[in-house]
Design a protein around this ligand. Structure first.
Ligand code: GTP
Ligand code: IMP
Ligand code: MG
Length: 331
């Protein structure tokens, strides 16, 4: 199987946790990451340890997987070296030799620009690095001697393996094409682009899992229907803080079904994963068997399936990689 995992809302749906579960359950030969770059923050909780990751794939928890960063991803070498050390992945982590580089100057531009301030970017230099690449003046990972030994041909690897987990970052509503433009990130991040980022053609993808959280959060500027005050979000235990920037996330207790239907359609979602069901419906923390969910939580899952017309096959019930109900039908 080659499966792509994408976010269906504004990011921070808990993709990191779903990806870590999938890696442990499916034992992929390769976990490959697409998306923009270190503007992403995925948090993996495994064996009592927290791993905040911005570049390296979350599927690292399966120790036999080779970890790859696709050509479409922009790399900050400092972050890359820190993360391979954190996960002990020096011998199994690779970058496509065509990937673009993020420099200090990109970060300075992202920090100083008035437009970046208006959008509320992550100030990680991703936008300026993408724009330089579009203008054909981008810097490349191949210019950095310390990275040389990690550079490979990712498309060759992922096309020659039958068991690949592909990690999308950001999320549909932040897509430069389909999101709430101009309050978006600097690339499209729907499943088709994630496939292209790692060098897989559309006929080579078996499935797309779209991850949604049981409520909605957003960091940075832009519209958010049904936004709660910080006090209200706190009283519902829904107040979150960003993995990359530490900024408080904005919260809406609702799922925005019109947006989610569009997201499911354009991503070609074959399955939905819902996270944080235990936060929306207390009493479900750590449940790993569907039958043990409360009736309220089960009704919510059925309602999502009915409204989106896509089966909910994975349900997150707690922070640990193993706190998941997995209802996938596998051969
Ligand atoms: P992505 O950017 O989508 O990877 O998500 P993220 O890692 O930024 O998500 P977030 O920061 O919101 O998630 C961080 C914390 O939520 C981590 O500690 C996760 O383990 C935890 N988490 C993920 N899924 C669940 C869940 O179903 N229930 C609970 N209680 N926590 C979860
Ligand atoms: P940029 O991608 O840093 O240019 O930021 C553009 C917008 O996308 C800002 O609102 C960011 O907060 C948001 N953003 C970018 N990446 C992520 C992510 O991984 N999770 C959540 N929001 C993100
Ligand atoms: Mg995140």
């Amino acid at each position: 199987m080659r499966t792509i995992v994408v976010g269906g809302q504004y990011g921070d749906e808990g993709k990191g946790k779903i990806l870590s579960h999938l890696a442990l359950a499916d034992k992929p030969e390769i976990v490959a990451r697409g998306g923009v770059g270190p503007n992403a923050g995925h948090e993996v909780n495994y064996n009592g340890k927290k791993y905040p990751l911005r570049l390296v794939p979350c599927g690292f928890v399966y120790e036999k997987a080779k970890l790859m960063i696709g050509a479409g991803v922009f790399v900050n070498p400092e972050i890359f070296f820190k993360e391979i050390e954190l996960i002990g992945g020096q011998n199994r982590t690779f970058i496509d030799f065509r990937a673009g580089l993020i420099t200090k100057e990109h970060i300075e531009r992202d920090t100083a620009s008035e437009n970046s301030k208006k959008i509320g970017t992550t100030k990680t230099g991703c936008g300026p690095a993408v724009s330089d690449r579009v203008n054909r003046i981008g810097r490349m990972v191949s210019e950095v001697p310390e990275l040389k030994k990690y550079l490979i041909d990712v498309p060759k690897a992922v096309n020659s393996s039958q068991n690949v987990l592909i990690e999308g970052t950001q999320a549909f509503m932040l897509s430069n094409l389909y999101g709430t433009y101009p309050f978006v990130t600097s690339k499209d991040v729907s499943a088709s682009t994630i496939a292209a980022d790692v060098g897989l053609g559309p006929t080579k993808i078996d499935d797309v899992i779209m991850v949604i959280k049981s409520y909605t959060t957003r960091v940075g500027a832009g519209p958010l229907q049904g936004e709660l005050s910080v006090e209200d979000a706190k009283s519902r235990n829904m107040q979150e803080y960003g993995t990359v920037t530490g900024r408080p996330r904005r919260t809406s207790p609702d799922l925005h079904f019109d947006d989610l239907r569009t997201a499911a359609m354009i991503n070609g979602a074959g399955q939905i994963a819902i996270t944080k069901i235990d936060i929306r419906f207390p009493g479900n923390m750590g449940v790993r068997d569907y039958q043990k969910l409360t009736n309220e939580a089960k009704a919510f899952v059925s309602d999502v399936e009915k409204k989106l017309g896509v089966p909910v096959t994975l349900i997150g019930t707690g922070p640990d990689a193993l706190d998941v109900i997995d209802r996938r039908i596998r051969n």
